[in-house]
Write a protein that binds this ligand. Structure first.
Ligand SMILES: Nc1ncnc2c1ncn2[C@@H]1O[C@H](COP(=O)(O)OP(=O)(O)OP(=O)(O)O)[C@@H](O)[C@H]1O
Ligand SMILES: [Mg+2]
Length: 460
C-alpha cells in the first residue's frame, strides 16, 4: 500500500525539483548569454546612431562628443576605417584590444556590408566587437568598429551556484518536513474514521469520531457520527420492538395454551364450560391475528417506500361508515355519538387509511367512555384544510403521558385491567398522518375527557 505520506512527499519533491530546474536554467546556464545579448543589442543601437551622424555629415564637434559619451558609458574603443580598410580615426585613451584580429573582423564588414557583432575571449577577459558599415547611396564609404570590454560573469555564476546548492538543500528538507506534517495532518483523521467504521461494522455502534475541523474530513467525521447515532437508534427501536412484540404475544398464547390443556386433560368438563373455554381460545387467537396485522400495517406505513393511494372522496361518508362499524360497541355502552359536520365536503387523501385513523380514534373514545357518555365528532372547514375532531368525556390523559401515547405499544400505566388494547392504534394514526404530511394532535384533561383532531386536505 502506498500511503498518503509517500505520495505527498513525492509530489512536493517533484514540485521542488521543477522549481530548482527552472532557477538553474535561467540563473546559471543562460545568465551569460542573456547578459551578453542585452549588451550586444544596446551597442548595435548606439553604433547605428553613430553611423547616422556620420552619414548626415554632422559637425566634427558633435561626433566627437558622441564618441566621448560612448567611451564614458561603455569604455568603448572606436575605430573608423575607410571602405578599403585604412584607419582614419581611433579613439584615444581607450583600452587596447590586445589579442584580437581586427583585420579579419573588418574584412567581414566590408564583405557583408551590414552590421555584425562577435565576442572574443582574450587572456584579459571578454571583448565585444561591433562593426557597422557606413553606406551612402548603396556605396560603402566607411566602417565603424567598436570594441567594448565585457565584465566576466564567471564569479557571479560561481556565487550563484553555491547559493543554488544551499537553496536546494533548504527546499528539499523543508518540503520533506512539510510533507511529513501534512500527511500526519491528513492521515491521522482518516485512520481514526477508518477505525470507527470498522468498529461499527463489528457491532460497536456507540463509537464517535472526535474531529472538529471545518474541512471535508470534518464533514466525513460528522457523517460517520450521524450514521452511528442513526444506527444506534434503529438498533434501539429493533430491540424495543422485539421485546414489546414478545411481551404482547405472551398473554394470549399462555391463555390459549392453558385452556387447551384444560380441555385435553380434564375429562369431566361440562359442555357449557368447555365451549366457554374454546371461545376464549378463539378470541385470543383473533387478538393475536389482529395484532400481527397491525404490526405489519405499521411497518408498511413507516417504511420509506410506502405509497399513499390518493383519491377524492366525501369525508362525511367515511365518518358515517366508521360510526356504523363501531355501532355494536357504542350501543353496548349506551353511548351517544353526536355528529356535527359541514355538508358535502370533498377531501383528497388515502381513503382507506383515513378510515383507519377514524376507526382507531373512535375506538379509543368508546373504550375510554363510561356508560351513557357522549362522543362528539365534528368537521371544521378552514381555508384549504378540514379539521376532524373526535371528543369524548372519558378519563382523559395525564399531561406527562401525552408525548408518549403516539409511540407503538404505549399503553397508559394505569390502564384499566379490562382494557385489552395493544398500544398500536395511535402509532398507526401517527404513521398515516405523517405519510400524508398532515397535522394532528390531542387536547386532554384528566376527568373531563380528550379531544383528538387531525387535518385533511380539501379537494382542489
Ligand atoms: N380517548 C382516550 N382517552 C384516554 N386515553 C386515551 C385515549 N386514546 C388513547 N388513550 C391512551 O393512549 C394509549 C395509546 O392508545 P392506542 O390507541 O395507541 O393504544 P390502545 O388503544 O391501548 O391499543 P390499540 O389501539 O392498539 O388496541 C392508550 O393506552 C391510552 O392510555
Ligand atoms: Mg387504541
Amino acid at each position: 500500500m502506498k500511503s498518503i505520506s509517500v505520495k505527498l512527499w513525492g509530489l512536493m519533491l517533484g514540485l521542488v525539483f521543477i522549481a530548482l530546474a527552472l532557477i538553474w536554467c535561467f540563473q546559471i546556464v543562460f545568465l551569460e548569454s542573456f547578459y551578453f545579448s542585452i549588451h550586444e543589442k544596446k551597442l548595435l543601437k548606439e553604433g547605428a546612431n553613430l553611423v547616422e551622424m556620420i552619414k548626415d555629415n554632422e559637425e566634427q564637434y558633435t561626433i566627437e562628443s558622441k564618441l566621448n559619451e560612448l567611451l564614458l558609458k561603455y569604455n568603448a574603443r572606436i575605430d573608423l576605417y575607410t571602405s578599403n580598410g585604412v584607419i582614419i580615426y581611433s579613439s584615444e585613451s581607450a583600452p587596447k584590444s590586445v589579442g584580437v584580429d581586427k583585420n579579419a573582423f573588418l574584412m567581414e564588414i566590408i564583405e557583408n556590408k551590414k552590421a555584425i557583432s562577435t565576442f572574443k575571449q582574450t587572456n584579459k577577459g571578454s571583448l565585444l566587437l561591433v562593426g557597422l558599415p557606413v553606406i551612402r547611396e548603396n556605396v560603402m564609404t566607411a566602417a565603424v568598429v567598436m570594441t567594448v570590454p565585457v565584465a566576466s560573469l564567471k564569479e557571479t555564476v560561481d556565487t550563484l551556484k553555491e547559493q543554488f546548492v544551499i537553496i536546494s538543500l533548504i527546499l528539499i528538507s523543508v518540503s520533506s518536513i512539510l510533507a511529513y506534517v501534512f500527511s500526519k495532518y491528513f492521515t491521522k483523521p482518516i485512520l481514526e474514521i477508518n477505525n470507527a467504521a470498522k468498529a461499527m461494522a463489528e457491532g460497536n455502534l456507540s463509537v464517535k469520531v472526535s474531529i472538529n475541523t471545518a474541512d471535508e474530513l470534518g464533514m466525513l467525521a460528522g457523517t460517520i457520527n450521524h450514521l452511528s447515532s442513526k444506527l444506534q437508534k434503529i438498533e434501539q427501536l429493533r430491540k424495543e420492538l422485539i421485546a414489546n412484540v414478545s411481551h404482547e404475544f405472551k398473554t394470549p398464547l399462555s391463555l390459549i395454551k392453558g385452556y387447551a390443556e384444560t380441555i385435553r386433560d380434564v375429562e369431566s368438563l361440562n359442555v357449557d364450560k368447555r365451549s366457554k373455554q374454546l371461545n376464549i381460545i378463539i378470541e385470543e387467537s383473533d387478538k393475536l391475528n389482529d395484532m400481527i396485522n397491525e404490526i405489519l400495517d405499521l411497518s408498511q406505513i413507516q417504511s420509506e417506500y410506502y405509497k399513499l393511494n390518493m383519491t377524492d372522496f366525501r369525508i362525511n361518508e367515511t365518518i358515517k361508515a366508521v360510526v356504523n362499524r363501531l355501532n355494536y360497541h357504542s350501543e353496548n355502552k349506551k353511548l351517544h355519538i353526536k355528529i356535527d359536520y359541514v355538508d358535502d365536503l370533498w377531501v383528497y387523501a388515502d381513503e382507506r387509511r383515513i378510515e383507519q385513523v377514524l376507526y382507531n380514534l373512535l375506538n379509543n373514545a368508546i373504550n375510554h367512555s363510561k356508560q351513557d357518555y357522549s362522543i362528539f365528532i365534528r368537521t371544521i372547514d378552514i381555508d384549504s384544510k378540514i379539521i376532524v375532531e373526535i371528543e369524548d368525556q372519558g378519563d382523559g390523559i395525564p399531561s406527562e403521558e401525552i408525548p408518549y401515547i403516539w409511540d407503538r405499544f404505549y399503553k397508559s400505566r394505569d390502564a384499566s385491567a379490562n382494557h385489552k388494547g395493544s398500544g398500536l392504534g395511535l402509532a398507526i394514526v401517527k404513521g398515516i398522518m405523517d405519510a400524508h404530511i398532515l397535522n394532528f394532535g390531542v387536547e386532554s384533561e384528566i376527568g373531563k375527557g380528550s379531544k383528538f383532531w387531525f387535518e385533511i386536505t380539501k379537494s382542489a
